[in-house]
Design a protein around this ligand. Structure first.
Ligand code: GTP
Ligand code: MG
Length: 192
């Protein structure tokens, strides 16, 4: 399994600099499980900080993948109602500044909680990534929380809603479900 090493933490736009390696970013609502998925992929419990309350990740965190030589980038979540409007706007602008005109960004893993009903923000994320011409890797998180017999229906619902060619893959950071498949997709997206 590849190793992950935290190489850069970015809080503000003026800290953004070109990181000259292919990049795949993790995006989605606060609490959907982005940082947990980084830990799952790394096979480590405390690499990325996670929390049961939303709004934990407050910076862009670049994890170097080796072997493979690309970055996995953990992003702050969107749609976190309890932080101030000003702070949410700051993160939105920081994420947009990072994503736009970044030729190293190869794909965005868009995470959706398999237990929650889709929101406009989720659809907007998928559209935004696609409109930028960047690869979209949709995944349904916390699949361990969802009954096996319901999974196919939920996958189909998200597939239709997001107008995807294939249903999104179910993952679980708790059980490691589909971790190896996701690694394969990440490597392919990064072109390594
Ligand atoms: P922000 O940084 O706030 O945007 O959140 P995040 O998307 O990084 O979520 P995080 O990884 O911090 O996880 C949020 C909560 O969901 C934590 O309590 C995790 O333990 C839980 N969680 C994440 N992934 C899974 C999963 O696959 N299964 C289950 N059962 N719980 C999960
Ligand atoms: Mg996080």
């Amino acid at each position: 399994m590849p190793q992950l090493t935290l190489e850069s933490t970015i809080y503000t736009m003026d800290q953004l600099s070109v990181m000259p390696k292919p990049q795949v970013a993790m995006a989605g609502r606060s609490n959907v499980g982005k940082s947990s998925l980084i830990n799952c992929l790394a096979g480590r419990r405390k690499l990325a900080k996670i929390s049961s309350s939303p709004g934990k990740t407050r910076s862009l965190n670049f994890y170097g993948v080796s072997p493979g030589e690309f970055y996995l980038v953990d992003l702050p979540g969107y749609g976190y109602a309890r932080c101030s409007k000003k702070e949410r706007e700051k993160w939105r602008l920081l994420i947009a500044a990072y994503m736009e005109a970044n030729s190293y960004l190869k794909a965005v893993v868009a995470l959706f909680d398999c237990r929650l009903t889709p929101q406009m923000l989720d659809i907007e994320l998928a559209r935004y990534v696609t409109a930028m011409g960047v690869g979209l890797i949709p995944v349904l998180t916390k699949a361990d929380k969802c009954k096996q017999r319901d999974r196919a229906k939920i996958q189909k619902q998200w597939q239709e809603l997001l107008d995807l060619a294939k249903p999104p893959m179910c993952v679980s950071s708790k059980t490691g479900m589909n971790r190896d498949r996701l690694w394969t997709l990440l490597g392919a997206a990064a072109g390594v």
